[in-house]
Design a protein around this ligand. Structure first.
Ligand code: SF4
Length: 675
C-alpha cells in the first residue's frame, strides 16, 4: 500500500511541488504534482531524486560529542544538557553578544521563526543571520532602497507571456531549471531573449542577443543601456514623473556612460549594447531576471540598484508582465529572510531598532529584547577571529564549503570556544564542531517554505524524523533547558508568526493547503499578491539611486593574470552534500573542474580533461580542465559543489560594504599545467 504525501522540493528557490511515495515507512519515489502552480507537473533532475539523500546510510542518527578530538555518540538528553550548559556558561561569562546563531535556508519558515526567537528571546542577542548573506543580501538591501521591498516583484506565471526577458548574471537552465522551462515557453510564444553573462551559458544558445561581458562590469553595461535609452528618447517619461524620484541625479551619472565609452571595460561592442537596450525598452512586456552573477560582488547592492534603475527608466516594473525576478538560490532562503533570521529585523522586515515593533515582540514573548542590530554572518567570522565571538550555533549550513576564502573561515571556526552544528550529514563544518545535533530533512517535518515568487507553500512529513527529532523539536528542547518554554508545533508557530507580522497576517496552514499564497497577505481574507508595487511602490515613489562602476576587489595582474568566476551546474546543488549522495547525479559530475578558453589552454599547453593547478592569493587546487570557447580569453570558471576539491579555498572574501556579501564572482587567479 503506497501513501502519497504532497510536499515542496528541498533544493532550489523555484519551489516545485511533488508527492513523496511512501511504502512500509520508506520513501520509494517522487511524483510531480500537476496541480502545483509553480511547477505544473514538471521537475528537474534534482527534484526527481529529492528523496534519495533522505534515507542515505550516511544520515546522522545520533548526537555526537567531541572528546579528545574524536566524536562519540551520545543520547539526546546528554547532548542537549551539555549544549545548554555550555551556551549558558559562555553567555554568563562574556555576555549574550559573544554567541551567534546561523539559521538555515534549508529549514522551514516555522523553524526559522523559532531560530530567531531562540537567538533573541533565549540567548538575548540579535546575532542571527543565514546564507542569504552570501547569495541575495544584495537584493534585500538594493531593492529595499529602490522600491521599499527586497523581493521578486512579479510571478512565474507571467514569464511565458513576456515579450522580452533580459537574463543577466543568471543561468536558469542549470540553477533554476523549472523557471528555465518557463523561459523556454516564452521563447516558443515569441518572446525575445537577451542574455548578458561572462559565459556562453545554455540560455545564450536561444537568445536573440547575447552579451558576453567581463565579470564585474555589470554597472557599466547597464548604465550604458540607460544612457542609450534616454538619449534615444525611449524612456517612459510619464512613469518617471508619476512614480519615481531622483531621475535627474541618475542622469548626472549615467550621462557619462555612453555605450562607446564602456566597450573597453566591459569587452562588449557599443552596437550590441544599443541593440539590447532598444529591445528591452521598446518591448511592451519586458522583465529582468538576475541572480548571483549580479549579487555576489563587492558592488552587489549597486548592481541590484542598477537593475532597478533600468526597469524604472523604461516603466517596466510595478505592473503585470514586467518587473524584476531575483532568482533565489536555496529552497527557503526567501522564507528565512522573511522570518527575521537576519541581524536587523524581526519577521516581516520589522526593524529591531523600531521601538514599537520591539515592544510588540517583547510583550508577546515576555522578555526584554536587545535594541541594536546584531552581527552579519560576514562579521561573525571576523569577530570570531578577533576573539570577541566565542560560540556559534549553526543549523543546516556548511560554511567551510559555502563561504568565500575557506582558510579564513577555518581560522574563524577554530577560534571559537564552542561550536554546535545541527545537520543531516557530517559536513566539513560539522567535523569542526564540539557537538553535532542530527537534524531532520524536509521529508520528516511539517511547515512551509517560501519560494522566489514570494509564495508560501506547505511542506509535509512523509516519514518520522530519522534522528527522532525535527529541528523545531531540538530548538524548543534547548530553549526549555535554558529556562524558556517555547511552543514548537509548526501550525501554532505559523499562527504566532502571523499574529506578530503584518506582512503575513493572513497566512495560516489552512489557507496554504491548495496552492499556497504570495505575500503580502495582510488579512485573513486577502487573496495574496502576485504583483507588488501596483499603483504605488512600497516605499511610495520608486527611487533612482545612481551607481558608478567600481572594479572587483582583485583584478588580474602579472602574477595572477586571469579573472576567476564561480557558479552552479544542473546536476549538483550548493555544496553537493545531498546531490553527491544521489548516484544518478554523482555519475554525471563526480569531480570538480575548471573552464578555460581554448586559446588560453593552447598557449599554456593545457589539454582537455588534463589536471591543472589553479591558484589565487588565498589557496590552490588541482582540478580537471574543461577547454571551451564558452568563456572569453582571460576568464576562468568553476562550480563549487565538491567538498574534496573545494573551490572556495580560491575565492575572495572581500565584501560589499552595505550588505556584506562576498565577492565569489571575480578574483585574480593563475592556472598552470601540472608537469
Ligand atoms: Fe527542485 Fe528547483 Fe528542480 Fe524545481 S527546479 S525540481 S525546485 S531543484
Amino acid at each position: 500500500m503506497i501513501k502519497r504525501v504532497l510536499t515542496t522540493c528541498p533544493y532550489c528557490g523555484v519551489g516545485c511541488g511533488f508527492y513523496l511515495d511512501v511504502r512500509d515507512g520508506k520513501i520509494v519515489g517522487v511524483i510531480p504534482s500537476h496541480s502545483n502552480s509553480v511547477s505544473k507537473g514538471y521537475l528537474c533532475v534534482k527534484g526527481w531524486h529529492a528523496h534519495e539523500p533522505v534515507q542515505h546510510p550516511d544520515r546522522l542518527k545520533k548526537p555526537l560529542i567531541k572528546q579528545n578530538g574524536k566524536f562519540k555518540e551520545a543520547s539526546w538528553d546528554t547532548a542537549l544538557d551539555y549544549v545548554a550548559k555550555r551556551l549558558k556558561e559562555i553567555k554568563d561569562k562574556y555576555g549574550p553578544d559573544a554567541l551567534a546563531v546561523c539559521a538555515s535556508a534549508r529549514c522551514t519558515n516555522e523553524e526559522n521563526f523559532l531560530m530567531m526567537k531562540f537567538a533573541r528571546a533565549v540567548l538575548g542577542t540579535n546575532n542571527i543571520d543565514h546564507c542569504a548573506r552570501t547569495c541575495h543580501s544584495a537584493t534585500v538591501s538594493g531593492l529595499n532602497q529602490s522600491f521599499g521591498s527586497g523581493a521578486s516583484t512579479n510571478s512565474y506565471d507571467e514569464l511565458p507571456l513576456m515579450d522580452c526577458i533580459l537574463i543577466i548574471g543568471s543561468n536558469p537552465t542549470e540553477a533554476h531549471p523549472i523557471v528555465g522551462w518557463r523561459v523556454r515557453t516564452a521563447i516558443d510564444n515569441g518572446a525575445k531573449i537577451i542574455v548578458c553573462d561572462p559565459r556562453r551559458i545554455l540560455p545564450a544558445e536561444n537568445a536573440d542577443i547575447f552579451i558576453q561581458h567581463y565579470p564585474g562590469t555589470d554597472i557599466p553595461l547597464v548604465n550604458a543601456m540607460i544612457n542609450y535609452i534616454v538619449k534615444e528618447n525611449l524612456h517612459d517619461k510619464e512613469f518617471i514623473k508619476d512614480r519615481t524620484e531622483g531621475f535627474d541625479k541618475l542622469w548626472e551619472v549615467v550621462k557619462d556612460y555612453s555605450p562607446e565609452s564602456v566597450e573597453g571595460v566591459s569587452g562588449v561592442k557599443a552596437s550590441l549594447i544599443k541593440e539590447a537596450a532598444k529591445l528591452y525598452a521598446t518591448s511592451l512586456r519586458s522583465c529582468i531576471m538576475y541572480s548571483l552573477g549580479i549579487t555576489e560582488h563587492i558592488v552587489g547592492t549597486d548592481n541590484v540598484m542598477a537593475m532597478a534603475n533600468l526597469a524604472m527608466v523604461c516603466g517596466h516594473v510595478a505592473k503585470e508582465f514586467s518587473g524584476l525576478y531575483p532568482m533565489r538560490g536555496q529552497n527557503n532562503v526567501q522564507g528565512a529572510c522573511d522570518m527575521g533570521a537576519l541581524p536587523n529585523v524581526y519577521s516581516g522586515y520589522q526593524p529591531v531598532t523600531d521601538e514599537a515593533a520591539r515592544k510588540k515582540f517583547e510583550t508577546a514573548w515576555g522578555v526584554k529584547l536587545p535594541s541594536f542590530a546584531g552581527l552579519t554572518l560576514t562579521d561573525m567570522m571576523l569577530k570570531a577571529i578577533e576573539g570577541s565571538l566565542k560560540c556559534f550555533y549553526i543549523i543546516g549550513e556548511d560554511q567551510l564549503r559555502t563561504d568565500p576564502d575557506t582558510h579564513m573561515i577555518e581560522r574563524a571556526l577554530d577560534s571559537l570556544e564552542f561550536l554546535v552544528i545541527q545537520e543531516i550529514f557530517l559536513s566539513e563544518t560539522a567535523k569542526k564542531a564540539d557537538v553535532v545535533l542530527p537534524g531532520a530533512s524536509f521529508a520528516e517535518k511539517e511547515g512551509t517554505f517560501t519560494c522566489a515568487e514570494r509564495r508560501f507553500q506547505r511542506v509535509r512529513p512523509a516519514i518520522e524524523p530519522i534522528s527522532g527529532k525535527t529541528d523545531a523539536d531540538i530548538i524548543a528542547e534547548l530553549s526549555r533547558r535554558l529556562g524558556y518554554d517555547m511552543e514548537s508545533g509548526p501550525k501554532k508557530v505559523c499562527d504566532e508568526m502571523a499574529s506578530l507580522t503584518p506582512l503575513f497576517a493572513g497566512v495560516s496552514f489552512e489557507r496554504l493547503e491548495e496552492n499556497g499564497l504570495q505575500w503580502p497577505v495582510p488579512t485573513k481574507d486577502h487573496p495574496g499578491t502576485p504583483v507588488v508595487h501596483l499603483g504605488k511602490f512600497i516605499r511610495g515613489l520608486g527611487k533612482f539611486v545612481p551607481v558608478k562602476h567600481k572594479p572587483p576587489a582583485e583584478v588580474p595582474d602579472k602574477d595572477y593574470p586571469f579573472i576567476l568566476s564561480t557558479g552552479r551546474i544542473l546536476f549538483h546543488y550548493n555544496t553537493g552534500t545531498m546531490t553527491r549522495r544521489v548516484a544518478n547525479l554523482f555519475r554525471e559530475y563526480p569531480r570538480n573542474f575548471i573552464q578555460i578558453n581554448s586559446d588560453d589552454a593552447q598557449r599554456l599547453g593545457i589539454k582537455k580533461r588534463e589536471k591543472v593547478r589553479v591558484e589565487t592569493r588565498r589557496g590552490k587546487l588541482e582540478v580537471l580542465a574543461e577547454v571551451t570557447n564558452k568563456i572569453k580569453p582571460g576568464v576562468l570558471w568553476m562550480p563549487f559543489h565538491f567538498s574534496n576539491e573545494p573551490t572556495n579555498v580560491l575565492t575572495n572574501s572581500a565584501f560589499d560594504p552595505v550588505c556584506k556579501i562576498g565577492e565569489y564572482k571575480a578574483c585574480a587567479a593563475k592556472i598552470e599545467k601540472i608537469k
